[in-house]
Design a protein around this ligand. Structure first.
Ligand code: ZN
Length: 202
């Protein structure tokens, strides 16, 4: 599989960006500085009612751990992506995006930057309001299910330059937030940027 880069952008810390990815293109999500979560959502480009669906993906895979070669599914139970490269091997698709209420209720902080606002802003040109933004795939998030049924809350295991590559199986609008959580250890208490690259596959 030969990759030819056709687009690249940086999602600055505490923000979100959208990118269009065509069927048979590869989206590379890069942790540029390490220990940084990237919340990722996707919708079909020609029908925004079909979205990447974390709940149905857990249901179809029968687990809440992702492996290279796994397909990620839509709310129509169609495959949206297949994981073709995974440098880290630890991601989450059980948590909601962090949102303003999370910081108000959990930390007593109002107006904190958050992934739901970042994703909503990135998707605004496509007509998404906040309540239509699906629950994200949390790339690099290190919150594994524990034997007692609780989730761990560890710092992301990704090192600078580590990436996840997703082969798109339909034409998509993808939005990614560089997670703004700086009040727990999940981003090493130092949120940084995420790189996005899109490749044609020869
Ligand atoms: Zn977040």
């Amino acid at each position: 599989m030969t990759l030819r880069k056709v687009n690249e952008l940086v999602v600055p810390a505490y923000s979100g960006r959208a990118v269009e990815v065509r069927r048979r293109q590869v989206l590379r999500v890069i942790d540029r500085e390490g220990t940084q979560i990237a919340d990722l959502v996707a919708a079909r480009r020609d029908d925004h009612t079909e979205v990447l669906d974390t709940t149905r993906t857990r249901n179809i895979l029968g687990r809440c751990v992702l492996k290279s070669g796994d397909r990620l599914f839509s709310n129509h139970r169609r495959p949206v992506f297949v994981i073709v490269r995974d440098d880290v091997g630890r991601h989450d698709f059980s948590f909601a995006a962090c949102d303003a209420r999370r910081y108000e209720l959990g930390f007593g902080v109002s107006g904190h930057p958050n992934c739901l606002d970042n994703l909503t802003g990135a998707l605004a040109p496509y007509g998404f309001e906040w309540w239509r933004v699906p629950s994200p795939f949390n790339v690099f998030q290190n919150t594994p299910l524990q034997p007692d049924g609780t989730f761990g809350l560890g710092a992301a295991l990704s090192r600078p330059g580590d990436c996840l590559e997703l082969l798109a199986l339909m034409d998509l609008v993808v939005a990614v937030s560089a997670c703004s959580q700086d009040l727990t250890d999940v981003n090493g208490r130092n949120p940084t940027s995420i790189g996005l690259e899109v490749f044609d596959v020869d």
